[in-house]
Design a protein around this ligand. Structure first.
Ligand code: APR
Length: 244
């Protein structure tokens, strides 16, 4: 028999209690930074210095020793190690808190702040420093070719085939701390449900997506450890797929 599998989708809300701002809250990141200027390929073409500055600040923040994985990141790592089937974490977050908590089956669908990419060669490098339009690329030896390894609006998220493969086999889909505003991630719950997964949402604020059969209202550091405890002690059954 196939082992029961879980796909967890995480958004900015899971890192909020580690001290990283979400995007769409009243004081969120997009409040003071226009999306079209700092999170689109057009914005980068128009003003690469502004875009580098925005991501340099995000990079410096995640390298601050005060920013650490919280109880929700740690609970998901525990789920991966203690659950009898495969557990995949698909994160929209560009921070490194899941991996620091111990998650291994991890997909960063929107990129990673601690990586940089050469536009000429598509090579990806680890990056722990500030980048400018003057920074020299270590592969092509030119300046002006480096860009943040971030998926911007209008670009295709990473590892989509792999994500849909895992969603199609999932017995359980859990969405944590995402507002469900940005596709394709916002459509994962519908796909998982159609393929037979039970779907649970964890969020202090409901998204009212009818594909979630179970809603755990509360902050991630409280609700995720509780849910993980339940799951480790009670392996769920697969639903009958709604679409043959
Ligand atoms: N615990 C759980 N959820 C929380 C918490 C918390 N402590 N605090 C806030 N939230 C929830 C909010 O209620 C909201 O639903 O986290 C969600 C954050 O939503 P967004 O700011 O829209 O972030 P996210 O859904 O991750 O954004 C998706 O949009 O801007 C792009 O690429 C960016 O990856 C990002 C994507």
């Amino acid at each position: 028999m196939e082992s029961p599998s879980i796909v967890v989708l995480t958004g900015a809300g899971i890192s909020a209690e580690s001290g990283i701002k979400t995007f769409r809250a009243g004081d969120g990141l997009w409040e003071n930074h226009p999306i079209d200027k700092v999170a689109t390929p057009e914005g980068f073409r128009k003003d690469p210095s502004l875009v580098h500055q925005f991501y340099n600040e995000r990079r410096a923040q995640i390298l601050d020793p005060a920013i650490t994985p919280n109880a929700a990141h740690k609970a998901l790592a525990q789920l991966e190690s203690d659950y009898p089937g495969p557990v995949w974490v698909v994160t929209q977050n560009i921070d490194n808190l899941h991996e620091r908590a111990g998650s291994k089956n991890l997909i960063h669908m929107h990129g990673e702040i601690l990586k940089i990419r050469c536009k000429k060669t598509e090579q990806v490098f680890a990056c722990h420093e500030s980048i400018s339009t003057e920074s020299n690329c270590s592969c092509c030896q030119r300046s002006g070719t480096l860009r943040p390894h971030i998926v911007w609006f209008g670009e295709m998220p990473f590892q989509m085939d792999e994500i849909y493969h895992h969603l199609g086999k999932a017995h359980l889909f859990i969405s944590i701390g995402t507002s469900g505003n940005v596709y394709p991630a916002a459509g994962f719950v519908e796909h998982a449900r159609e393929c037979g997964a039970r779907c649970i949402e964890v969020n202090p604020n409901p998204t009212y997506n009818p594909n979630f059969e179970d809603f755990r209202q509360g902050v991630a550091t409280v609700e995720v450890p509780k849910l993980v405890n339940e799951l480790i002690n009670n392996v769920p059954k697969r639903n009958t797929p709604e679409i043959p």
